[in-house]
Design a protein around this ligand. Structure first.
Ligand code: G3P
Length: 213
């Protein structure tokens, strides 16, 4: 499973990319606004580190999405145009597919939306599981249902598990065969950690110090 960082902070991307495990970055307008930096410069800096960087359109009509998306795609070959799951978004996805522009369909909350985005030619779809969990639903059930449908047909569209909140989300997504998980920085930093690893290293060092000359 590919691991993406869900951030618009370029320092965080550089830090995690240095581990050698980062396959991509997802941004959204909220994350970009939080950082308060120039959007194009942020995306281009991220493209130096990873081969797949999602840049989201803010237009709500298909023509506006097409215009913005074509502009973003021209910035760098690693840019993936992120399009919201609306009927206008579906029209834009079809257009981007015809132009060979990679896309990520965001704000997917149902299997029907997932199938429509895939049929419209999305490179990636992003079901948001944490926001479903927040409403008292089980977001991972949506991933299980999407993967069941994907395993029955020939959709080339990759399933990206978004809105992840805790390490178990990443494990469950992998066990279901999802292609990608996008992970917030604080959660990504938790993934290499285990208390038994820390105590094990401490014990090795203490024992070695007893005999080391
Ligand atoms: O980038 C899309 C998604 O991962 C946002 O997550 O935590 O705002 O629901 P969240």
């Amino acid at each position: 499973m590919k691991l993406f960082l869900d951030t618009a902070n370029t320092a965080q991307v550089a830090e995690i990319a240095a581990w050698g495990v980062l396959d991509g970055v997802t941004t959204n307008p909220s994350l970009v606004a939080k950082e308060g930096k120039d959007f194009k410069a942020t995306i281009l800096e991220m493209c130096r580190h990873v081969p797949c960087v999602s840049a989201q359109v803010t237009a709500t009509d298909a023509e506006g999405m097409k215009k913005q998306g074509q502009e973003y795609a021209a910035w760098h070959k690693n840019v993936v145009v992120k399009v919201p799951m609306t009927t206008e978004g579906l029209k834009a996805l079809t257009f981007f597919k015809s132009k060979g522009i990679k896309t990520n369909t965001t704000l997917i909350f149902s299997v029907a939306q997932a199938m429509l985005a895939a049929k419209a030619g999305a490179t990636i779809i992003s079901p948001f599981i944490g926001r479903l969990d927040d409403m008292g639903e089980d977001g991972m059930t949506l991933i299980a249902e999407i993967m069941e449908v994907w395993n029955k047909y020939d959709f080339e569209t990759e399933v990206l598990v978004a809105s992840t909140r805790h390490p178990r989300h990443i494990v469950d997504a992998a066990m279901l065969g999802a292609h990608i998980s996008t992970i917030p920085y604080d959660l990504f930093k938790k993934l290499p950690q285990h208390g038994l690893t820390d105590t094990g290293i401490k014990k090795f060092q203490e024992d070695w110090a007893k005999v080391a000359k």
